[in-house]
Design a protein around this ligand. Structure first.
Ligand SMILES: NC(=O)C1=CN([C@@H]2O[C@H](COP(=O)(O)OP(=O)(O)OC[C@H]3O[C@@H](n4cnc5c(N)ncnc54)[C@H](O)[C@@H]3O)[C@@H](O)[C@H]2O)C=CC1
Ligand SMILES: O=C(O)CCC(=O)C(=O)O
Length: 426
């Protein structure tokens, strides 16, 4: 069956609806969760290096804050649009619920390619965006972080601008900052580390031969580079990597540390001498683990049929369509979903925020240990729930998370179980 839609907001809603139905949730729960609570669109002027002025547009979506302040990254990518930001904010709500951290979901973005601008222009654009969304963000309201094409430097410019606009220094209003400027040790590594850890847990559950695991990796940015480096450290061989510049293969295993250094200098994997260029599709390579760590809608009904990996562990947000999920479930192919597999980033952002509020720093090991504890617990719970309800891990993850969020919404009085219950309390 071909895709009903590739609109990621529609896809996010389908995922939430499916899980609400499986859970037998009160209709009010989906009614509340189907839309973000607030979406802000901003436009602001920026002076370019050549003296001209250009207007930029950006978005910040705040999906749900029943469990705590909105939380989620800011993306700079030409494909950003309002529906994508709404979808990404929706996924953040359920991701925070999966690991049980006290946040709701938010996400922001601008449809730009940062490579089109000088560093000085990028700084002015980042500052302009931060100043424009300043009225709705805050250390206790909405806490942005890096996502695709944004990083610690951009978070630092935004924090500095926010401080100027509000006249207050609140380092916890942005996370993913550099360690030398109120960042947390182990945040940069966190998302990829978590993806690799979740993949190894799944490999054990599926009784794979842990000494001979092969991996296909899509994306070699923040998430992909650490997912690949850590899984190599855990004993696996990354044999094929693809990114926006091409695909490379080395059956003996690609040396991930060298590849990551190469990407830092060259901006992509193309031309890396430790592997051969290939025309293969990284998503359908014959490997044990497929780790999509790039963008949405990569695994569709077309590609899903040809996936040969023994299981999938999603580093990216939304790389799989509902139709592809169905194909995987029918094939008996396990998929560790984004809202669990890549939850390490927001988990360590939470630890960064806690350290900021306390003005205290934990060691690298302390942070990673705390991350692992939360994620391992979530993995085990979701694994068991999927078996109990005979559903895929994505549905189980949403079911677990929706239950937590629904409980918080009910206690807050956002809905009552049924009209009868409402009358009984009058
Ligand atoms: N950075 C973080 O902490 C988190 C990121 N994510 C998600 O992980 C994914 C990747 O994010 P980051 O690594 O932070 O971004 P990034 O900007 O550091 O890297 C993006 C990667 O995707 C690749 N890519 C872009 N277009 C592609 C294409 N058409 N085909 C193949 N590869 C392509 C790029 O070459 C690059 O390697 C996104 O879905 C993001 O939302 C999820 C959780 C946290
Ligand atoms: O670190 C964070 O707060 C959010 C990371 C993020 O944007 C994501 O998990 O998709």
């Amino acid at each position: 069956m071909a895709e009903k839609t590739l609109n990621v907001f529609e896809i996010a809603r389908t995922q939430v609806k499916n899980a609400c139905d499986k859970l037998g949730a009160d209709p009010a729960v989906y009614e509340i969760l189907k839309n973000p609570m607030r979406v802000m669109e901003v436009s602001f002027p920026v002076k370019m290096d050549d003296g001209t002025t250009k207007s930029f547009t950006g978005y910040r979506a705040q999906h749900n804050n029943a469990c705590g302040p909105f939380k989620g990254g800011i993306r700079f990518h030409p494909a950003v649009n309002i529906d994508e930001v709404k979808a990404l904010s929706t996924w953040m709500t359920f991701k925070c619920g999966v690991v049980g951290i006290p946040y709701g979901g938010g996400k922001g973005g601008m449809a730009i390619d940062p490579r089109d601008y000088s560093k000085a222009e990028l700084e002015r654009i980042s500052r302009g965006f931060a100043a424009s969304i300043a009225p709705i963000i805050g250390e206790k309201e909405d806490i942005p972080a890096p996502d695709v094409n944004t990083n610690g430097q951009i978070m630092s410019w935004m924090l500095d601008e926010y401080s100027k606009v509000t006249g207050q220094f609140q380092p916890g209003v942005f996370t993913g900052k550099p360690v030398d400027f109120y960042g947390s040790l182990a945040r940069t590594e966190a998302t990829g580390y978590g993806v690799a850890k979740m993949a190894m847990l799944a490999a054990k559950k599926l009784n794979l031969d842990l000494d001979n695991i092969t991996v296909a990796l899509q994306g070699c940015g923040n998430v992909g580079s650490f997912a690949g480096t850590y899984i190599e450290e855990f004993g696996a061989k990354v044999v094929i990597v693809g990114d926006h510049t091409g695909t490379i293969r080395n059956n003996k295993g690609i040396d991930m540390k060298s590849l990551v250094e190469y990407v830092k200098i060259h901006g992509g994997i193309k031309g890396f001498s430790g592997a051969e260029p290939t025309e293969e599709n990284v998503l359908t390579a014959e490997v044990d683990i497929l780790m999509p760590c790039a963008l949405e809608n990569q695994l569709t009904s077309v590609t899903a049929k040809d996936v040969k990996a023994k299981f999938i562990c999603e580093g990216a947000n939304g790389p799989t369509t509902p139709e592809a999920d169905k194909i995987f479930f029918e094939k008996g192919l396990t998929l560790v979903p984004d809202i669990l597999a890549n939850s390490g980033g927001v988990t360590v952002s939470y630890f960064e925020w806690v350290q900021n509020l306390m003005r205290y720093n934990w060691t690298f090991e302390e942070v990673q240990e705390k991350q692992e504890k939360l994620m391992n617990k979530a993995f085990e719970e979701i694994w068991d729930l999927a078996k109990e309800f005979n559903v895929d891990m994505r549905t189980a993850a949403y079911m677990m998370s929706i239950k937590r969020i629904a409980d918080a919404m009910k206690i807050r009085g956002w809905y009552t179980e049924s009209p009868k219950e409402a009358l009984a309390t009058e």
